[in-house]
Ligand binder design. Structure first.
Ligand code: ADP
Ligand code: MG
Length: 472
């Protein structure tokens, strides 16, 4: 049996966490046979290595030649402290320290180049932003070796071949399968545990790309697919997927099973516990996905399965996304004019902006959609261009945005067959005079999304969370 296991930032965030992680890796190998490990950059909250790396680069491009030097010291301190705690073997320690030291020097060189050139391309951001994983895997592998096991740190640039959309690259599965099998199969056959960098890949010409923030989950799913893994396990710092973000709702509870569809909606609408893209390779190949807690490994966590026909008939979880704007195109003359929606989203697509939610008044007098606050202005400009003549003729009265709103999404496949759920949600919010600005139902019918003022989002989440009864 082959298991792909991914460890998030906190799971490798300190020497102590890496000890836990190593134990879980070794247990899994003993129980299940072959294990491929994916690790994120060190990220003991609130200090995340990837944020530090990127912060140095973005300050450098603004002409600041000091911050990245300070950051390089901080990076050295974080990594060397973990190495000191974990690796006593003199030779092993020196070799890992040399590797990490070389990455930090390269980081300084790259930031200096950014500072001199005054230019920071997406390509450079990927090279710089991916270095955290390259460092963490070397420490984890070094520690496993010091414990007497065969382990090898591997840069996913050797395994995951992507297109060249820097910052949000997509994997090329056929090439990835060939590269990953050629590199990993022999290691697995000889009993070596591969410790692979999350988050990064490379173009077919070898230039580093990244899969987007949270992309280590995606790395695990990609390798799960191409290696035909029996299961993919995501190890994090909470007991699986919960009924709400535990940072927002104190009594959030772990959910034992969720369907792919349910967890996709949750991930897409903000539940940070899983990268939305990581679900697809698992769905398409029927690979069970488990989410477990590194710091509470005996808890069963959450298992994601093709369909959970377990009869749960209500709301399973609620999630939210903040810092959004609701852009609205409205006008009485829009009724019956063909192609307004197509032109609206065409103009949005031209800006390369992604839209989170769409809602249309039944009278067709308005179309609205949610996008991030920062992008709304540009989108409105592009819509005003597109509809210049309609605006002049007053077929469209105005294009505007409602800023600082949040989407609150309520998820549960069983909601479909249960009458009155929407009514219960609205009366819960209504009882606290909480205004709902717009509503949309997911096409899968296993989610309902509400747009509310950002100020009310936390309360809305708590109110809806109060409606969740048993969750199986
Ligand atoms: P990792 O570094 O392991 O990938 P993340 O920070 O990306 O960890 O994801 C785990 C975090 O996701 C949790 O600590 C929790 O704060 C947050 N989170 C948000 N929504 C949920 C939810 N519905 N269930 C569980 N965790 C959630
Ligand atoms: Mg994550």
């Amino acid at each position: 049996m082959t298991l792909v296991m991914k460890f998030g930032g906190t799971s490798v965030g300190t020497g102590a966490a890496i000890r836990e992680t190593a134990e879980l890796i070794l247990n899994a190998r003993d129980e299940h046979g072959q294990v491929v490990v994916i690790a994120s950059a060190m990220g003991s909250k609130p200090v995340k290595v990837t944020d530090l790396l990127l912060n140095g680069a973005t300050t450098a491009v603004e002409g600041d030649s000091k911050t990245y030097l300070q950051i390089s010291e901080q990076l050295r301190q974080i990594h060397f402290q973990a190495i000191g705690e974990l690796i006593q073997d003199e030779q092993e320690r020196q070799s890992v320290e040399r590797d990490i030291g070389a990455f930090i020097e390269r980081y300084v060189d790259l930031c200096q180049a950014v500072w001199v050139l005054g230019e920071l391309t997406p390509r450079a951001l990927d090279t710089i932003g991916g270095m955290g994983e390259q460092m963490s895997v070397r420490i984890v592998a070094g520690y496993l070796r010091q414990l007497g096991h065969q382990a090898e740190a591997i840069d996913a640039t050797e395994l995951i071949i992507t297109d060249d959309t820097f910052q949000a690259a997509s994997p090329l599965f056929a090439q990835t399968e060939a590269a990953a099998r050629a590199r990993l199969d022999p290691l697995l056959a000889q009993g070596t545990i591969p410790i692979v960098t999350g988050f990064i890949g490379a173009t077919s010409s070898g230039i580093t790309t990244t899969l987007g923030r949270g992309g280590s989950d995606f790395s695990a799913a990609i390798l799960g697919q191409v290696l035909q893994a029996d299961e993919v396990w995501i190890w994090t710092d909470v007991d699986g997927v919960m009924t709400a973000d535990p940072r927002l709702v104190a009594d959030a509870r772990s959910i034992p099973t969720l369907s792919y569809l349910e967890v996709s909606e949750l991930a897409y609408y903000g539940a940070k516990v899983l990268h939305p893209k990581s679900i697809r390779p698992c769905v398409e190949n029927g690979i069970p996905l488990r989410i477990k807690n590194t710091f509470n490994p005996n808890h069963q966590g959450t298992v994601i399965v093709p369909d959970n026909g377990n009869g749960h008939s209500g709301i399973k979880a609620v999630t939210s996304i903040n810092h959004l704007s609701l852009v609205t195109v409205e006008g009485k003359g829009m009724i019956g004019v063909p192609g307004i929606a197509a032109r609206t989203f065409g103009a949005v697509a031209k800006e390369k902006v992604s839209v989170l939610l769409i809602s249309q008044a039944s009278s067709e007098q308005s179309i609205c959609f949610a996008t991030s606050n920062e992008l709304a202005k540009g989108v409105i400009g592009s819509l005003e261009n597109e509809f210049a003549s309609e605006l002049e003729r007053r077929d469209i009265d105005r294009i505007w945005s409602f800023d600082d709103v949040s989407i609150v999404t309520i998820v549960g496949a069983g909601m479909r067959g249960t009458p009155g759920i929407a009514g219960r949600i609205f009366s819960a919010l209504g009882s606290e005079n909480l205004n709902i600005i717009a509503i949309a139902q997911g096409s899968s019918e296993c989610s309902i999304s509400l747009v509310v003022d950002e100020e009310n989002a936390k309360e809305a989440v708590a109110l809806v969370h109060g409606l969740i009864t048993d969750n199986r």
